[in-house]
Design a protein around this ligand. Structure first.
Ligand SMILES: Cc1cc2nc3c(=O)[nH]c(=O)nc-3n(C[C@H](O)[C@H](O)[C@H](O)COP(=O)(O)OP(=O)(O)OC[C@H]3O[C@@H](n4cnc5c(N)ncnc54)[C@H](O)[C@@H]3O)c2cc1C
Length: 344
């Protein structure tokens, strides 16, 4: 089966890998993409495993996709591929000043998730000059796309996959393929012309040198702020500006991030900023992972699978969504066999 995947971000790339793993030589994959790592949205992200900004995506789907991805990161880590794939396992804490207690559906997916007691909350509140009402601690994976993506590009190529730099204006251009998988993130806004549910959620971050920080801190209150270590830099974040297409670094946002993160951890006060980045999360009312058809200008019914709109969790859901794409491809293959049989 000749498959075209549009998009070489974390979603398109994990999808290609999964299909090659599952179907071997039965699939011939070409990835078309306007941008590649280090210029995808994932390259801006910290790569923290943790479901976040997912609209009304059904909880059971979030749980399944995120757990499957957690298992995949765990496997990479156990297989000794951590350095190449940018995977680390790291302690994390999330706190909030809001009255609603944490009820995380993924508490049994991560390792050692516990609620903070009063004493701990009080101590942190004094330290951060906040009034935390709830907090959780756990250990989670980070998978840095700037390492994972080049690693996967190599694996996919080795297994016979092809990459082509190309902006696809319409699915018509791909009608010679048996199946097209749309992994264009926010780019789907143009490619799928009627998707009003998709919008950018702008995120600005600062990468600083602070190798002494070895844990994740997230304050979910107000507009949110976080400190997330990567292997060589620490990410200070961040903003979540809905429907904002501005890709330029803003000085106001830089100050907001600095003030918020210094409050969370005073030790970064004089940390050197190495890089500032802006990314547009593909925000959607729900992740779109479904089968569709497209009538081409020559009248062909082209099979499409959409896999986009992963908001603030593309890394977290990537491999799990790729597994589901694999299930849909099995369905499509079975349908076409049945069609041939019915004609005999
Ligand atoms: C500041 C910030 C922090 C984040 N932190 C995290 C985090 O800690 N954990 C987490 O899980 N997620 C995080 N995210 C979210 C995550 O980065 C995204 O959900 C994820 O990268 C989306 O991946 P994608 O492959 O769908 O999209 P993208 O990475 O945007 O890739 C889409 C690809 O499609 C290509 N494309 C688009 N349109 C076309 C076209 N017409 N023709 C050809 N190619 C096309 C693009 O060039 C690109 O290569 C963060 C995001 C931001 C901005």
């Amino acid at each position: 089966m000749k498959i075209a995947i549009v998009g070489a971000g974390v979603i398109g790339t994990t999808t290609a890998l999964r299909l090659q793993e599952q179907f071997g030589h039965k699939v011939l994959i070409t990835i078309f993409s306007e941008q590649f790592s280090p210029h995808t949205t994932g390259d801006v992200s910290a790569g923290l495993w943790g479901p976040y900004i997912l609209g009304d995506t059904p909880q059971e789907k979030i749980l399944k996709w995120s757990k499957d991805t957690h298992d995949y990161f765990h496997k990479l880590w156990k297989d000794g591929c951590a350095a190449e794939t940018g995977v680390s396992l790291i302690p994390a804490m999330r706190v909030t000043t809001e009255s609603e207690a944490y009820d995380v559906l993924w508490k049994d997916v991560v390792f050692g998730c516990i609620n903070m007691d009063e004493k701990m909350l009080k101590r942190l509140s004094n330290e951060h000059k906040r009034n935390y009402k709830h907090g959780i601690q756990f250990n989670t994976f980070i998978c840095e796309p700037s390492y994972l993506l080049p690693y996967l590009y190599k694996l996919i190529t080795k297994a016979g996959g092809r990459f082509e730099r190309k902006r696809v204006e319409s699915f018509d251009e791909l009608q010679s393929f048996d199946l097209v998988i749309n992994c264009t993130g926010l780019g789907a806004k143009v490619l799928v012309k009627d998707d009003a549910k998709l919008m950018p959620i702008r995120g600005q971050v600062s990468r600083v040198k602070a190798p002494w920080i070895l844990h994740v801190t997230i304050d979910d209150s107000d507009d949110g702020r976080y400190i997330i270590p990567n292997m060589h830099t620490i990410i200070l974040g961040g903003t979540h500006q809905a429907d904002d297409y501005n890709r330029k670094v803003s000085a106001t946002d830089r100050q907001f991030i600095y003030d918020g993160c210094v409050q969370l951890n005073a030790s970064i006060k004089r940390a050197e900023i190495v890089k500032e980045m802006v990314g547009l999360r593909p925000g959607r009312s729900q992740v779109r992972l479904e089968r569709d058809t497209f009538t081409t200008n020559s009248g062909k019914q082209l099979q499409i699978i959409h896999n986009y709109g992963h908001g603030g969790s593309g890394v977290t859901l990537s491999y799990g969504c790729a597994i589901e794409v694999g299930d849909i491809v099995t369905e499509i293959m079975t349908d076409s066999i049945n069609k041939v049989k019915s004609k005999l």
